[in-house]
Design a protein. Structure first.
Ligand code: 6GU
Length: 250
C-alpha cells in the first residue's frame, strides 16, 4: 500500500516511522511519503492561506498550492495502482464519521492520498475539482474540532494499515476485537490474565474452566451487556437475524 500525505507540518507525521506502521514500511508492505505543501508556493513568504470570501474569522487554505501539490502526487502513481487511481482522503470535521467499516474498505486499496487542511479548511473548489478526477472521501474522527487533519491521518492510517494482510502477525486478533464485523460490531468482552486473584478481585471462574462453549457464550453475553450500556446506538443497529434467543435475553 502506498500512502501520500500532503501537509504544512511534515514533522507531525513522524510517528508513522514507529511501531507497527514503521515495521510495515521496513517489510515493504507499506510506502509512506510525506509532502510539504509549502514546496508548491511561489512567493517569498510561502503563503498557503488567505482571508475568506464573505468575511468572518480565520483563514482559508488557497487552492493554488493544493492543486499543484496534489497534481504532483497523482502524477507519480505506485506500480500496482491500476486504473482507478487513489482514494483522496480529506480529514475534516464536516466529513463522514470514520469507522471500522471504512477502515476495512480502505485497507483493500493500493493507494491512499491524504490532504491535511489547517485553519478554517481548504478552499472548497479543491475537493470539487478532484471529485472529477479521483474518488474523494471527506472523513471526520467524530463530533469535535481539531486544529488540522494531521492527527486524523495518524489515527486513520493506524486503523487501516493494521488491516493490511501481513501487518498484524496473528490475523485472528483482527476479528476478535471491538467493532469487528465478525462480532456484529459489538464492543469486545473484558479480558483477564494471571494472577487469578488480584487485590481481592477474581477472574470469572468460567474463563478458567476449560469449557470453550461456555467461554464463548460468556464472552458474547459480556460483549452484549457492555455494548448495551455504553453504545445503545450500536445495539439498535444489530441484525436480528444474527441474534439468538440467548442474545435477546441479554
Ligand atoms: Cl478529521 N479534522 C479536524 N480538523 N477536526 C476534526 C476531525 C478532523 N475529526 C474530528 N474533528
Amino acid at each position: 500500500m502506498r500512502l501520500d500525505v500532503v501537509t504544512i507540518f511534515p514533522d507531525y507525521l513522524a510517528p508513522l516511522q514507529l511501531s507497527l506502521i514503521g515495521r510495515a514500511q521496513a517489510q515493504g508492505l507499506l510506502d509512506v511519503r510525506v509532502h510539504d505543501l509549502r514546496e508548491h508556493t511561489h512567493d517569498r513568504h510561502r503563503t498557503v492561506d488567505d482571508t475568506p470570501y464573505g468575511g468572518g474569522a480565520g483563514l482559508v487554505m488557497k487552492p493554488g498550492p493544493w492543486g499543484e501539490a496534489l497534481d504532483a502526487v497523482l502524477a507519480d502513481p505506485p506500480p500496482g495502482a491500476g486504473q482507478d487511481g487513489p482514494v483522496l482522503l480529506v480529514p475534516s470535521p464536516v466529513g463522514e464519521v470514520f469507522g471500522q467499516r471504512a477502515a476495512v474498505d480502505l485497507a483493500a486499496e493500493p493507494w491512499l492520498v491524504f490532504a491535511c487542511g489547517r485553519y478554517e479548511g481548504i478552499d472548497a473548489r479543491v475537493v470539487e475539482h478532484y471529485r472529477g478526477r479521483v474518488r474523494v472521501r471527506e472523513v471526520s474522527l467524530g463530533d469535535y474540532v481539531l486544529n488540522g487533519g494531521e492527527v486524523a491521518v495518524l489515527a486513520i492510517t493506524e486503523a487501516v494499515v493494521r488491516l493490511v494482510p501481513g501487518v498484524v502477525g496473528n490475523a485472528a486478533s483482527l476479528t476478535e476485537e471491538s467493532h469487528a464485523p465478525e462480532h456484529d460490531g459489538l464492543l469486545e468482552h473484558p479480558a483477564y490474565t494471571k494472577p487469578a486473584s488480584w487485590r481481592g478481585l477474581d477472574v470469572p471462574t468460567v474463563l478458567a474452566g476449560g469449557d470453550h462453549g461456555a467461554v464463548g457464550r460468556w464472552r458474547r453475553d459480556e460483549a452484549l451487556r457492555r455494548t448495551a450500556s455504553r453504545r445503545p446506538d450500536v445495539v439498535a443497529r444489530l441484525d436480528p437475524a444474527r441474534c439468538d434467543a440467548r442474545d435477546l435475553a441479554v
